[in-house]
Design a protein around this ligand. Structure first.
Ligand SMILES: [Zn+2]
Length: 438
């Protein structure tokens, strides 16, 4: 009994409008660019305020003082962040607020002229970080509210492959954090040994100052560690609530995207349909992709010359026979939509296990005999879509526009089958769906 309950998740079935109403985040380019420019201006401003070009190198004894060692470390890490901070993305404002704030304290303690510059940079970075913090809860709040409103007691059994994929995706963040913890520990140990050795050494004859470069990287790695731990902990917290649901996704248009999330395009075959007598689609799929075992989205590619699913078969059907199976994806061009009823949308939809917006896109699951499961344990989580993104990412957009009027064989009104739209059949291709809507 315990085992069964462990596999059961509640179904959340939003309408297309409700799914599309979930807010998307803005692109992260602007906050990243602002934080990066702010870091650059702060480091530059501090250099000017302290008249850095007149600075004479510290003597050996002076350079071993903790205030100079740590002051130099935070300053150089700030410079490193200006160079490499871009890669931190949305997390840059948090890292720079912490780092510039530490610099401000370090410079204030020696009464340096640049204290104001460091403090101003730290405060403005903190403002950016706060803006970033308040921009993400609305999405999570609306996801939570919608799931609370749509809970209706419907449940599904979720298969082991989906749970494996979920565990792997969640563990990824902690592995990165673990790796960074090891790197930081090693670099700090190196720095400690370096400093101890230097203090036991008599001043070198050329009077060069003590400059532990490894400390700069140690601090940067520790900062990254804090950022990644914060991210993983936040995800763990949000996931605790989200994991009890499977969202049935009514097509594209929501805040995340995954392969197979919008099943409404043609040009593919359900695996069970490839059992039809005379079907050569499996062979075609294997010919096109020799390493093919199972298509990642659970579909078989079509052979245009297949006796059961070829173009000639599509075009040889009389109108009634075509209407009767009009909802089969293999009749349609891979860039054409497939006519669907509302029930179809629910039955053929992909689900997202533990969907939590930008924090965790959810593991795509499909219906199977027992309930819902991922096609493969290696399937990745759904990707976040930003406000500026297309509903269907460019790399997966339909490749062709509908063909011209040339080559049309005939048109079939689908209304008698209870579907909206008209099928347009072509002599040398699969059918296209023509609707008044988009
Ligand atoms: Zn076939």
């Amino acid at each position: 009994m315990q085992d069964v309950r462990h596999n059961v998740r509640e179904l959340i079935r939003p309408s297309k409008e409700e799914w599309a109403s979930l807010p998307r985040r803005r692109s992260g380019v602007r906050p990243t660019l602002l934080a990066w420019l702010l870091g650059l201006l702060t480091v530059g401003g501090a250099f000017v305020a302290d008249r850095g070009w007149e600075e004479t190198p510290l003597g050996w004894e002076e350079s071993l003082l903790p205030v100079n060692v740590f002051g130099g470390m935070v300053t150089n890490t700030s410079i490193l962040m200006v160079v490499l901070g871009w890669s931190l993305g949305r997390r840059l404002p948090f890292a720079s607020a912490a780092l510039l704030g530490t610099c401000a304290v370090a410079y204030a303690s020696v009464g340096a002229a640049s204290t104001t510059a460091w403090a101003a940079g730290a405060v403005l970075s903190a403002v950016l970080a706060t803006a970033e913090l308040v921009s993400s809860p609305p999405q999570l709040r609306e996801i939570r509210e919608l799931s609370a409103r749509l809970r209706d007691g419907m449940t599904t059994v979720v298969g082991e492959k989906a749970f494996l994929a979920e565990r792997r995706e969640l563990a990824l963040g902690w592995w990165v954090a673990f790796g960074l913890a090891c790197v930081s520990a090693a670099l700090w140990a190196w720095f400690a040994a370096d400093w101890t050795t230097a203090r036991a050494t008599t001043p070198p004859s050329d009077r060069e100052s003590f400059e532990p470069n490894e400390a700069v990287f140690a601090l940067a790695a520790t900062l990254l560690l804090a950022v990644f731990c914060g991210k993983a902990a936040h995800r763990w917290w949000v996931h605790r609530y989200a994991r009890q649901f499977v969202w049935i996704v009514p097509g594209s248009g929501g805040p995340v995207w995954a392969q197979g999330l919008d099943p409404s395009y043609g040009g593919k075959l359900e695996p069970k349909e490839s059992d039809a007598p005379g079907c050569t689609c499996d062979e075609e799929t294997e010919r096109r992709d020799p390493e093919y075992e199972e298509s990642p989205v659970g579909y078989v590619l079509l052979d245009d010359y297949c006796a059961a699913h070829g173009i000639d078969t599509v075009n040889a059907m009389n109108h009634d026979a075509f209407r009767a199976i009009a909802r089969s994806a293999w009749l349609w061009d891979e860039s054409s939509r497939v006519p669907q009823t509302k029930d179809d949308v629910i039955a053929s939809s992909t689900g997202l296990l533990a969907f939590a917006g930008h924090v965790f896109g959810g593991i795509p699951v499909k219906r199977d005999a027992r309930g819902m499961d991922a096609v493969d344990p290696s399937v990745g989580k759904a990707e976040e879509l930003k406000q500026s993104d297309q509903d269907i990412p460019a790399w997966n957009e339909p490749k062709f526009l509908p063909p011209t009027e040339q080559g049309i064989l005939d048109t079939i009104d689908l209304a008698p089958a209870g579907l909206t739209g008209t099928a347009v059949r072509y002599r040398h291709g699969r059918a296209w769906l023509r609707t008044d809507g988009p």
